[in-house]
Write a protein that binds this ligand. Structure first.
Ligand code: NOJ
Length: 533
């Protein structure tokens, strides 16, 4: 698959699996590693090159695995280390890579490191976490807020100090200024690399180092009540500190010693700050996650300028990446509608850079409504009434029309979508017009045509409805035209003489049609044109 000079994480397509919801094989209603193994053939058939699995480690599950109590084992809910070994071997046999989710910013409060740290002020691991005295009046050390609501400091009665937690109080932040913490986490990375993993998605990379003086964060003038409490302040001192780049670089050096591995950073920052995470000489994260398509309004002119701004901001040799969804965000089919989700897929899979698909996107899975009294997600539970629960985008994958959608034989931990008998993998595999068939064909074309993955990107024209660009590699040129609205629009290549044939379209009746001058697109239509030389 390697095109000369390009690496697997540049050409490949990543697929995120939320393991609780992918496939359950032992009938406890929760997905497991054996389930992922069972579905490897499916992912291979779809054309996936890289699998990223959200956390599988022992955890009290307060934040569904992002609160880790042992970094070097597998949670019995998900299986055993033998299952993991089998997963990686089988994935590699099929030519796929496997990436783990590493959560270095915080541990569970049940991690032995924290238990030791909180046991006494003079414990050798005291400084592994961020402990601080109360202010004179007994109040919290500063005004920092927790992403999951409330203030970010928890009082420990026994040792009479506060500890800092950016997320739940059960997720105390590690003190990354402490070299012992650094070494301990690097050993965790070595453990999994020795087992053959191909890289890490690094949780909240931009949170890892905090201001050394723990100064108060300023107020956010744009805060509105509808937002999470966390947005009351601008996290100027609690995130994105300059020293974080040294840590990222050390992680990079470590993985580089294992050959062609990848570090993907979870970073929600504006583009100009995001690109700094590529590091000096590109020796930081290989792929600082580019979340623009998740956060921008779905408007052609805004997306077009964002693509241009991103392309312009990338450092030389900094490799782009794109994503439409993840386990923390509304699903794309719910955000833009099912018809438009096909257009979104075409955008994702024809932009320059590495695409990441969130499980279920390929069948047009939507968010599933979860009643208030059924909410499992701590973010939703802690801030009721704000619709911040992430459960809707984490529901079980519907594989077929049988009870529980072939996800499990027992009642799943979250309900399946009500339409699972219609919207499932098996049904769509047999349907030439389905979302799944469309994804598979697009992926196939992308893999066949280097222009679409590694070729250059050139914007052609965009307005409030449509977006168009050319991808080019050697003499192969492709034109992508996407209508981001439900209304009719017209592509008029004013000054460029573009001629070619549509090779794939959101609406199959367009395929095979010539493009020669002005072209009218119906609502929610997108076309990929192979241009004549
Ligand atoms: C980001 C993860 O994606 C999210 O699911 C988690 O709750 C927080 N980090 C805390 O680890």
């Amino acid at each position: 698959m390697e095109q000369k000079g390009f690496l697997w994480w540049q050409r490949g397509i990543i697929y995120q699996i939320y393991p609780r919801s992918f496939q359950d094989t032992n009938g406890d209603g929760i997905g497991d590693l054996k389930g992922i193994i069972r579905k490897l053939e499916y992912l291979h058939w779809l054309g996936i090159d890289v699998i990223w699995v959200s956390p599988i480690y022992p955890s009290p599950m307060k934040d569904f695995g992002y609160d880790i109590s042992n970094y070097t084992d597998v949670h019995p809910l998900f299986g055993s280390m033998a299952d993991f070994d089998e997963l990686i071997t089988r994935a590699h046999t099929l030519g796929m890579k496997l990436i783990l989710d590493l959560v270095p910013n915080h541990t569970s409060n049940e991690h032995p490191w924290f238990i030791e740290s909180r046991s006494g002020r003079d414990n050798p691991k005291r400084d592994w976490y961020i402990w601080k005295d109360a202010q004179e009046d007994g109040s919290v050390p500063n005004n920092w807020l927790s992403v999951f609501g409330g203030n970010a400091w928890e009082w420990d009665e026994q040792t009479r100090q506060y500890y800092y937690h950016a997320f739940l109080k059960e997720q105390p932040d590690l003190n990354w200024r402490n070299p012992e913490v650094q070494q301990a986490m690097y050993n965790v990375m070595r453990f999994w690399l020795d087992k053959g993993v191909d890289g890490f998605r690094i949780d909240v990379m931009w949170h890892m180092i905090k201001d050394s003086q723990l100064r108060d964060n300023p107020l956010n003038p744009d805060y509105t009540d509808l937002q999470a409490d966390y947005n009351r302040l601008l996290p100027v001192y609690s995130t994105d500190q300059p020293e974080v780049h040294d840590i990222v670089r050390q992680m990079r050096t470590l993985v580089d010693n294992y050959g062609e591995k990848v570090i993907i950073g979870e970073i929600y920052l504006p583009i100009e700050k995001l690109v700094v995470y590529y590091g000096v000489d590109n020796l930081g994260a290989h792929l600082p996650f580019n979340f623009q398509l998740l956060t921008l309004p779905w408007e052609a002119s805004k997306i077009s300028s964002a693509i241009d701004a991103y392309e312009a901001a990338l450092p030389i040799n900094g490799w782009p990446n794109w994503v439409l969804g993840n386990h923390d965000q509304q699903r794309i089919a719910s955000r833009v509608g099912l018809a438009q989700a096909k257009v979104a897929a075409m955008l994702l899979l024809t932009l320059r850079g590495t695409p990441t698909i969130y499980y279920g996107e390929e069948i047009g899975m939507k968010d599933v409504p979860i009643e208030e009294d059924q909410i499992r997600d701590p973010q939703g539970l802690n801030m009721p009434g704000k619709h911040l629960s992430r459960d809707p985008e984490r529901t079980p994958m519907p594989w077929d029309s049988s009870t529980y959608g072939g996800f499990s034989k027992e009642q799943p931990w979250l309900p399946l979508a009500r339409d699972y008998k219609r919207v499932n993998v098996q049904k769509q595999q047999d349907d030439p017009f389905s979302m799944l068939t469309f994804y598979r064909r697009l992926i196939e074309i992308r893999k066949k045509e280097p222009a679409l993955s590694i070729g250059s990107y050139r914007p052609v024209y965009s307005n409030h409805q449509l977006l168009s660009y050319i991808r080019e590699w050697n003499n192969d040129k492709f034109l992508v035209i996407l209508n981001l609205t439900p209304g009719v629009c017209y592509f008029t290549p004013a000054h460029i003489d573009l001629k070619g044939t549509i090779i794939i379209a959101t609406h199959s009746e367009l395929e095979g049609l010539p493009l020669n001058g002005t072209f009218g697109l119906g609502g929610d239509e997108g076309i990929l044109v192979k241009l004549e030389e």
